[in-house]
Design a binder for this molecule. Sequence first.
Ligand code: SF4
Length: 452
Amino acid sequence: MRKGSARNITKKFHPIHPFTHSPINSFTSQKVALATLGCKVNQYETEFIRERLEESGFTIVPSKEKADIYIINTCTVTQKAARKSRELINQARKRNKKAFLVITGCYAQAEGESLKEKFPWIDLVVRNEDKLNIDRLIKKREKTSASRSSFIHTFYDHNRAFVKIEDGCNQFCNYCIIPYVRGDKVKSRPLGEIITEIKELLKNGFKEIVLGGINLGLYGEDLKPRISLVNLLEMIDSLKEDNIRIRLSSLEPHLITEELIDFMANSSLVCPHLHLPLQSGDKDVLKRMGRRYTPDDYRNLVKEIRKKIPSIAITTDIIVGFPGEREEEFLNTYHFLEDIKFSRVHIFRFSPRKGTPAYSMDHQVNEKVKKERSEKLRELVKIHSLEFASHFLNHSLRVLLEERRDPVSGLLTGYTDNYIRVFMEGGDDLKNRLVMVKLTEKRYGVRSSNFT
Ligand code: SF4
């Protein structure tokens, strides 16, 4: 079965109406719209909820449609994410005043009670640990012993599937709310469970699996016996599936092992792409952030990775305007970027999150300065992105062509293994295929950050 296709609904339930709590004959008349903000883990969890609801007979509709039930998987990593979550709560209300509204995710976890006060039309706040049981909570009074899958089988509206392999983070960086809302205990999924899920996704036509976690590098440290991310990759490799690829989502630099670099250097399974959040190129700022490496550690790591995997894309996150960030500290970040030349950078303006140490630190940087600094970095990164793509001009690279064409040009589009966006002519038969493509022309800005 291909992704996004309707799944057969074979189970019959005798559910309870979510508004009146009286029995209704079938959920098939109930439309559910799901909306997600934030990280790949949230996206994975929404897919899980979506599939369980579909199995129960609910009809899933796009998030912008009128529905009987809205489920909003919120995020609070920045003030902007929290604001967007509130907007989604309002929009759901506008679409259908009578709808049953469920909120979950990190913003709901952190501020569920105050959100309920502010938006009294929220019917249910679900904590992160109960999130994967939302279908059961909605059908709470239903007496059914129907079995329920504990995997995802597809990934709605996505060309690649995210697989969550780990939850929780025990690192407590000073700006980050995540350990408070996701928990500070590392919870890794057992190897066998992940492999079963990946096999199912491959069977259903997915060619790229993105392994994700709240802190991916901690994968396996809580399992007995303790295992590592490399053990999992070896297991996936042993499936001997041709023409698929695995991409690793964000990895903390201090958790990258030599074993992992060597595995990536010798395997065609894992994409030559590492997203290593730097946050700042200044050693004092890194210290104040509570990060566990220095700029020199980071520089040496990148050198080592590039030596072993020359085609690798190294991408990163930067926070500008951390409390007390002086101009010269910002310039250290600027020069660090000039030195490393990342192929992509996500630039965030520091956003104080209540409950974290950085929230109450002295010398908060004003928004205008943060904006100027982020603009300066953005201009620099454009040059580096283009430079990186230029190295591969006239080379043939493997590209996963997406289902959706580029809306501006109508061209087929997709990413290379090393995360260069490619656009090309071609028929629909090429969609969702991994093909070798020769890069013939570089260009910045078909859409703001992509290349042809
Ligand atoms: S390692 Fe990542 S998730 Fe964990 S506290 Fe630091 S920034 Fe947050």
